[in-house]
Design a protein around this ligand. Structure first.
Ligand SMILES: [Zn+2]
Length: 64
């Protein structure tokens, strides 16, 4: 399967933990908190974003 370049870049960021999510952005001091802005319940990690965040349940069901 061939992905467009920007999709591949996002995939690599997710694999490496360097995605534009607050956990990483907080680590590099670009944001003041690592908390997920969508649900405000947990740190916005890759795992949280893809599998746990309650704010994306409906979208996640559409995709899976
Ligand atoms: Zn969340």
């Amino acid at each position: 399967m061939k992905l467009p370049r920007w999709n591949l870049a996002i995939l690599v960021q997710l694999w490496t933990g360097h995605a534009q999510l607050n956990k990483h952005l907080h680590h590099i001091k670009h944001v003041q908190t690592n908390i997920c802005p969508a649900c405000r319940r947990e740190p916005e990690t890759v795992h949280h974003y893809l599998f746990r965040c309650k704010a994306y349940v409906k979208l996640r069901r559409q995709i899976y």
